[in-house]
Design a protein around this ligand. Structure first.
Ligand SMILES: [Zn+2]
Length: 49
């Protein structure tokens, strides 16, 4: 078993408009990032679901 360190924060941000995803940057919340493709504010992406 691998032990990943980290909490339950998202690892990716997703654009709600075009579903483009980007890796989450440390210190930057998804809500403060914009989609590089369409410029829409991005949202946290859930890894499961
Ligand atoms: Zn987009």
């Amino acid at each position: 078993m691998m032990r990943e360190k980290g909490r339950d924060k998202p690892e990716e941000c997703e654009c709600p408009k075009c579903q483009f995803t980007v890796p989450k940057q440390a210190g930057l919340s998804c809500g403060s990032r914009m989609c590089p493709k369409c410029g829409t504010t991005m949202l946290n992406k859930r890894s499961t679901g």
